[in-house]
Write a protein that binds this ligand. Structure first.
Ligand code: ADP
Ligand code: MG
Length: 596
């Protein structure tokens, strides 16, 4: 199955050179239970990682099923890692808040199998490790031995030919270690299991072969001259397409990704299609936890975890888009053309993937003090369908500043509506874009996080419901969109601008300058939506079209002030690039209260 020829591994960083492996010759058969023993630092993990394709050897050759990996390209390694190898780590690497079943299923998410197939195979793998009756348990309700068995099930669910385990019993007591060893021995009946361990007694009792390492060299091998010398059949690795190459296609080397710039790119990408999950899967199978943790942290702060009333599970869609579905492996003859099922797959992915969330109960749960959610989140923001209606009344005519009227003023929305785009998915996309374009946005509740993300340029942070701050971008700019919205630029310019654009003429926005004092002088009025209705006798009439009535109402409406000007701090990744005006959550609460 596997042959290692004079494998060496040198880690070098500047002056430092560590020769972790100094020429390893080993070969493994199709089904063995090999234990690798040796003191800490002798190169066991390095060897295992090289065998699993997680790390590259420096010189020598690794032959997999008779094929030299010298010519392996990234795609071949991806395929090998995803379909031929399963990993088990000392620390389990399970997702704590997911059930055992979900943890195992996750490992199949990217392998292009249907939802039902995923479920079936995950259950089967858990049954194999004796956890058939614990499917719904979460890791924190399980013992160490059970958690490790879930991890083994996860490694097995892809039906790999090789199972690699790095000190799988390192964190277990002797009794549970025995259970895990028995499972590994069972597994090794029809596949190759290579296990690193500190424990010579366990190795003696269970392994069929013992390899001792010392200082990067093999010092003894109980099967040195036995039947395992067969070089493996020349097989193919053309198992189904794997989607790890999807990420590889981004053409970003891991090293690149580790820089801040790289992480920002990946973060943007991840946030844009909810790929945190995919990153998580990569981390589970490859053990690059620290790195993923960082990506996750960045991603979560720039693209918070959003829970909407209805959501779409993107995995099936991605599978459909990338044509990954193994589908029915029908025989196809040369010389004929057959029907693919891309469209039907996509449609059913969309339909099946839609989930409705019960937001009312969810919020009630979040609001309960005993939830203890504060430990796990840095802030919670709510978004409401009820618009927060704000006006400026210090000009000739009252100007509605939120929701913004600037985009409407251009006339572009009419075009969009005329083109019939306001239906279905497009409308949703448009709404999402428009929402992101709001000039007024709620500030994070978490004062500490807020302080760390922004520098106060003038004034101070808002303290009460009627106080807001202006947020600039890192170049001290407020976007033209914000300026038009707030009436700091005249919206009357907009229709002409759009006309010029339609004629293919260049447009530009005149550069203006403001002092901090000017901007701090901005005042708004909060119009509670129900206030536009007037009761005459028993009849309520909508007076929002009546300018005089509106003006009178706004005169007596609560005043909202700008009390500070902020700019993202130098190191912050989490801030929105758009800038605008930040208000406190209390403002929305106040409005909702009034409306109620
Ligand atoms: P073991 O698993 O047997 O404890 P390892 O394979 O982890 O040992 O490490 C073997 C040697 O290689 C050690 O000297 C270790 O410090 C070194 N080493 C491992 N990984 C790296 C790395 N990424 N960079 C530099 N040196 C490393
Ligand atoms: Mg190790």
């Amino acid at each position: 199955m596997l042959v290692l020829k004079n494998i060496t591994k040198v880690y070098s960083e500047g002056e430092n050179r560590v020769e972790a492996l100094k020429g390893i010759d080993l070969s493994f058969g199709d089904s063995e239970f090999a234990a690798i023993l040796g003191p800490s630092g002798c190169g066991k993990t390095t060897l295992l990682n090289i065998i699993g394709g997680l790390d590259q050897y420096t010189t020598g050759d690794l032959i997999i099923r008779g094929k030299s990996t010298k010519e392996f390209r990234e795609h071949d390694w991806d395929t090998y890692r995803n379909h031929s190898v399963g990993f088990v780590f000392q620390s389990y690497n399970l997702i704590p808040h997911q059930t055992a079943l979900a943890n195992v299923e996750l490992a199949l998410t990217l392998s292009g199998v249907s939802r039902e197939e995923r479920r079936r195979r995950a259950v089967e793998a858990l049954e194999k490790v004796g956890l058939g009756d614990q499917l719904k348990k979460k890791p924190n309700q399980m013992s160490g031995g059970q958690m490790q068995r879930v991890a083994i099930a996860r490694a097995l669910v892809n039906d790999p030919e090789v199972l690699l385990a790095d000190e799988p019993t390192g964190a277990l007591d002797s009794e549970t270690s025995v259970q895990v060893m028995e499972i590994l021995r069972e597994i090794s009946r029809d596949r190759l299991v290579i296990m690193v361990t500190h424990n010579p007694e366990l190795a003696d009792a269970y392994a069929t072969r013992i390899i001792r390492l010392l200082d990067g060299r093999v010092t003894s091998d109980s099967a040195a001259s036995s039947e395992t010398q067969e070089e493996g059949k020349a097989g193919n690795l053309e198992t189904p397409k794997t989607s790890m190459s999807f990420l590889t296609a981004l053409n970003l080397s891991l090293n690149n990704l580790l820089t801040k710039k790289g992480r920002t790119i990946l973060t943007a990408f991840a946030g844009s299609i909810g790929i945190i999950g995919i990153a998580l899967i990569l981390s589970l199978s490859n053990g690059v936890n620290l790195y993923i943790e960082r990506v996750e942290r960045d991603t979560l702060s720039s693209y918070p975890l959003e829970i909407r009333e209805s959501t779409v599970d993107m995995t099936d869609t991605l599978t459909g888009l990338m044509d990954l579905s193994e589908g029915e492996k029908k025989t196809r003859e040369e010389g004929k053309v057959y029907t693919g099922s891309r469209m039907t797959n996509l449609l059913s992915a969309w339909m099946n993937g839609i989930t409705e969330n019960d937001m009312t109960s969810f919020k009630a749960w979040l609001d309960k003090p005993e939830t203890g959610i504060e430990q796990y989140v840095s802030g919670i923001q709510y978004e409401y369908d009820t618009p927060l209606t704000l006006y400026r009344i210090d000009q000739e005519k009252p100007l509605q500043v939120n929701p913004s009227t600037a985009m409407e003023a251009t006339g572009v929305m009419d075009m969009v509506n005329m083109a019939g785009m306001s239906s279905g998915i497009q409308s949703t996309m448009l709404n999402t874009t428009m929402r992101r374009l709001n000039v007024f946005t709620p500030l994070l509740d978490n004062e500490q996080l807020l302080q760390s993300q922004y520098t106060v340029l003038a004034g101070r942070m808002p303290q009460s419901m009627d106080e807001t701050v202006i947020i600039l971008n890192s170049r001290n700019e407020l976007s033209d969109y914000a300026l038009y919205t707030l009436g700091l630029k005249d919206q009357a310019e907009l229709p002409g601008m759009y006309q010029r654009l339609m004629r293919g003429e260049p447009i530009r926005s005149e550069e203006l300058e403001f002092t901090y004092e000017e901007l701090m002088g901005l005042r708004f009025r909060l119009l509670v939506n129900t206030d536009v209705f007037e009761k005459k006798g028993s009849l309520w009439t909508d007076r929002s079209g009546d300018a005089e009535y509106l003006k009178a109402k706004l005169e007596e409406a609560p005043e909202i002030r700008v009390v500070g000007i902020l700019r993202p701090s130098a190191g912050a990744i989490a801030t929105s690039a758009a800038g605008g005006i930040g208000y406190r959550r209390e403002l929305m609460d106040f409005m909702l209260e009034k409306v109620n």
